[in-house]
Design a protein around this ligand. Structure first.
Ligand SMILES: Cc1cc2nc3c(=O)[nH]c(=O)nc-3n(C[C@H](O)[C@H](O)[C@H](O)COP(=O)(O)OP(=O)(O)OC[C@H]3O[C@@H](n4cnc5c(N)ncnc54)[C@H](O)[C@@H]3O)c2cc1C
Length: 306
């Protein structure tokens, strides 16, 4: 992407803007990110503007109660059909016999298997027989990317005080410690919430949770005034430390998609691939995860009829 920008940017402003965008959207800088990945991502979103716009774009809507509500309600409907604490360790396909999915607790058999996670997450599963080489290399290339600390923090306030000051609670910076801020207050404004995205590598002063909890308020005060110092609570998650979620906001480097992109959603025998990275629409987003799951289910359905 960096090379392309150098060749095609008509003003020096363009690379600066793309730096800001690539840091926020792919957690990396243009000089390392694959242009093919960027194009794949933008095409799936319907262009650049839908990715970066708040209104009418990727950040246009929120879910009342938080996005976990979707999972919680689905879990209620599915009841005891959801089995937790059973990571898939091994997927065996000894056709024409049924497939076997081995977990630490029990082994399941199935006619088809849908794997719904980022390609990098699939490297922890032992596939027997081995996956086609390009698919295996796609996953291992994805998994080799460095996992840089990417912290999402919510700073809580009694009220969304910035609104009374005529501010929308949004901020994006190409040099401040905080990359992005959104007003994430609940619909009824019963409290104020500023969601912050932080790249710890570039802000070593925020290397630990305590320094972030204290320091982020001061950073926010730079943008939203002294009232930002009076936070009532703090919640954070460093996604790079989550052992089960290695994908999503990935600065995919050149070569990985060129070699194996075709295998993002191409079934490997009786194994079908879902996960947002395989989505044709809104790759990288929740929307993409849902449509990829539906697509994989349709593929399984069709393959069972043949
Ligand atoms: C900080 C952050 C902010 C985001 N903000 C937004 C946003 O505002 N809007 C939006 O649309 N999207 C957002 N996303 C992206 C969104 O979270 C993802 O697109 C979505 O979660 C992808 O869903 P998925 O089902 O493909 O993968 P995942 O959500 O990663 O689900 C994969 C599941 O597989 C499980 N798993 C992994 N390995 C195994 C195994 N071996 N056996 C069994 N299970 C396994 C994992 O535990 C996980 O539950 C954000 C992501 C991050 C990290």
């Amino acid at each position: 992407m960096g090379d392309w920008l150098r060749r095609h940017a008509s003003t020096s402003f363009t690379p600066s803007v793309f730096r800001l965008i690539s840091r926020a959207v792919w957690a990396g800088y243009p000089e390392r990110i694959s242009l093919l990945w960027v194009l794949h991502y933008l095409r799936a979103a319907g262009g650049l503007l839908p990715v970066i716009l708040n209104e009418g774009g990727a950040q246009d809507q929120r879910i009342v109660g938080g996005s976990q509500v979707i999972s919680e309600r689905m879990a209620t409907d599915l009841g005891d059909r959801i089995l937790l604490g059973r990571p898939a360790l091994r997927v065996e396909d000894h056709a024409p016999d049924r497939m076997r999915v081995v977990t630490p607790v029990e082994t399941f058999t199935a006619d088809r298997v849908i794997v719904a996670m980022a390609p990098s997450d699939t490297v922890r599963i032992d596939f027997a027989p081995a996956l086609p080489k390009p698919r295996a290399e796609l996953a291992s290339g994805w998994a080799r990317l460095p996992r840089l600390p990417l912290v999402k923090a919510a700073v809580l306030y009694k009220t969304p005080f910035w609104r009374a000051d005529g501010l929308n609670g949004a901020m994006q910076s190409d040099r401040g410690a905080i990359q992005l801020v959104f007003d994430n207050s609940p619909d009824d404004a019963s409290m104020g919430v500023l969601s912050c995205f932080l790249s710890v590598v570039e802000s070593p002063q925020f290397a630990d949770r305590k320094s972030r909890e204290e320091g982020l308020r001061e950073e926010l005060a730079r943008y939203f005034g002294a009232k930002a110092l009076d936070a009532t609570g703090y919640v954070e998650k460093d996604w790079s430390t989550d052992p089960w979620s290695t994908g999503c906001i990935t600065p995919l480097t050149p070569g990985i998609l060129t070699a194996g992109g075709e295998h993002l959603r191409k079934p490997s025998g009786r194994i079908f691939w879902a996960g947002t990275e395989s989505a044709k629409r809104w790759c990288g987003y929740m929307d993409g995860a849902i449509s990829a799951g539906a697509r994989a289910a349709n593929e399984v359905h069709a393959s069972l009829k043949t």
